[in-house]
Design a protein around this ligand. Structure first.
Ligand code: SF4
Ligand code: SF4
Length: 469
């Protein structure tokens, strides 16, 4: 119930949402003010932006989002709760029939702020945990921030708020992911979202904290094990759109166990909209401000920006072309080089993403791996980036002067519908006869998979029957 007593249930996601470009999810930085000093912060948050939107302007955005068909608004910062009117904005979002969630570092999410958010009708809150106490405090730049985050999770749960935990996977975090999962389970959170640290903003000033792409070879089996352990404890592990792509764990990790689910390309400006605290609008909140801002709500209305600005329509019109290794990839017609945020932060252009499981597996098959090396610094603005080059290495890390043997564009882009090869659990284009990854006859292995599944279901049915009698 909000202060005005006007919470309206959010609508369901419909088939039309999937076939029409509609900002189902709005991620809204309502202030850049922040009480943490995260070493990986892409927006270099700390101080307010000089000209942040007034309360009246924010309430106008809420109306516009509702009329565009938005279903969920996530408030971010900086720290959203550092705006005095943050609860008023939450109440307005709920009164307009949208879910309202908030992402936070939880350092000063005190009881009064939680109570205000609950009274306003907050749907759920995500809190960041990036490692054990020592590593988290180091990465978040403030001693005591790990304990504050845990305390926030507990006090949110005590008040009945649904909680989730977000973790950035950087180089030092991989070894601590098991500990983080223990923390997530103990906190009572039901959802654990993981994304890779991207070399943007302050993270671009510290390239050593970025996971090297070749470490995805060890990361993905670990994520699979973590998924199973989390699931057994009632926690759903979900990977973000910058944790790329395909490979044998794709359906489990991206589809919460549904094998047919796979990454379908960047959704910036398609199902997602990002708004900065001074009114600039992007197709995804994480994208650079320069080059991806479609307009400012102070100068042009939100609907026009959403419908007509080329900076927001690039992904829905599939204008990104895969380049580099991605230009040679089996999945390029579906994936188009993966997450625009990651690719642009690394190379200054979209369409080539070394942080991809399929890519590291293919390179490893040829005896290679990739590392990135910074060649240009970031200028020091919010959402800025430097530039990196990819270095090809042998699998044991020695520089390689050889070209990857398989870099010529291949004629694989035969559509956009993918099936699963049950011989190797990898996605293949519909109607593929022989799997290009495991050489299985795709139809035969699908038939045996279905037969085994039917047998297993039968056996489980008999077992349940026996247990009941
Ligand atoms: S190699 Fe590139 S195009 Fe292929 S799946 Fe990976 S990110 Fe996508
Ligand atoms: S830029 Fe990356 S995070 Fe943003 S919508 Fe595209 S895939 Fe998702």
């Amino acid at each position: 119930m909000t202060q005005t007593g006007q919470v309206r249930p959010a609508r369901y996601i419909t088939a039309a949402d999937r076939s029409t470009a509609r900002p189902i999810h709005a991620v809204w930085e309502i202030t850049l003010a922040c009480d943490l000093k995260c070493t990986h912060c892409g927006s270099r948050a700390g101080e307010r932006r000089p000209n942040e939107l007034s309360t009246a302007e924010c309430l106008h955005i809420v109306e516009d989002l509702a009329s565009l068909g938005t279903r969920e608004v996530t408030l971010i910062g900086g720290e959203a709760y550092l705006r005095r009117d943050f609860a008023q904005i939450i109440a307005a979002v709920r009164a307009a029939g949208m879910e309202c969630t908030m992402q936070s570092g939880g350092r000063n999410l005190n009881d009064a702020r939680i109570d205000a958010a609950v009274a306003a009708g907050i749907t759920a809150v995500g809190i960041s945990i990036d490692g054990n106490r020592e590593l988290h405090d180091e990465l978040r730049g403030v001693a005591g921030s790990f304990d504050s985050a845990l305390s926030s999770l507990k006090r949110l749960r005590d008040r009945g708020v649904t909680t989730s935990v977000n973790t950035q996977i950087g180089d030092a975090v991989v070894e601590q992911l098991d500990d983080v999962l223990d923390t997530v389970i103990a906190s009572g959170a039901k959802n654990w979202q993981l994304q890779l640290t991207v070399p943007m903003g302050r993270a671009a000033d510290r390239p050593g904290i970025i996971l090297q792409p070749h470490r995805l070879l060890e990361l993905f089996p670990k994520l699979f094990d973590l998924f199973e352990r989390a699931y057994a404890s009632g926690v759903l592990l979900q990977i973000g759109n910058n944790v790329g792509y395909f490979g044998p764990y794709e359906g489990v990790l991206r589809g919460s166990g549904m094998s047919h689910v796979h990454y379908g390309g960047c959704v910036a400006g398609n199902g997602v909209i990002g708004i900065e605290a001074d009114g600039k609008v992007k197709g995804c909140p994480s994208l650079p401000t320069d080059g991806y801002t479609g307009g400012n709500v102070r100068e042009i209305d939100l609907t026009t920006i959403w419908l007509d600005s080329p900076e927001l329509t690039f992904a829905r019109e599939k204008r990104t072309q895969a380049t580099g290794f991605c230009g040679t990839c089996y999945y390029k017609s579906v994936c188009r080089g993966g997450c625009t945020w990651m690719s642009h932060s690394v190379f200054g252009v979209p369409g080539d993403n070394p942080f991809c499981h399929h890519r590291v597996l293919e390179l490893a098959r040829q005896g290679f791996r990739e590392s990135i090396r910074q060649v240009a610094l970031a200028p020091g603005d919010a959402f800025d980036h430097g530039r990196f080059v990819v270095e090809l290495e042998t699998l044991d890390g020695r520089p390689s002067t050889a070209e990857s043997t398989d870099r010529t564009p291949r004629q694989f882009d035969v559509g956009s519908t993918l099936d699963v090869c049950y011989g190797c659990s990898r996605h293949v284009f519909a109607n593929t006869k022989i799997c290009p990854f495991c050489a299985a006859d795709v139809r035969n292995v699908r038939t045996s998979y279905r037969e085994s599944l039917a047998d297993a279901r039968n056996a489980a049915g008999h077992l349940l029957e026996a247990l009941r009698t």
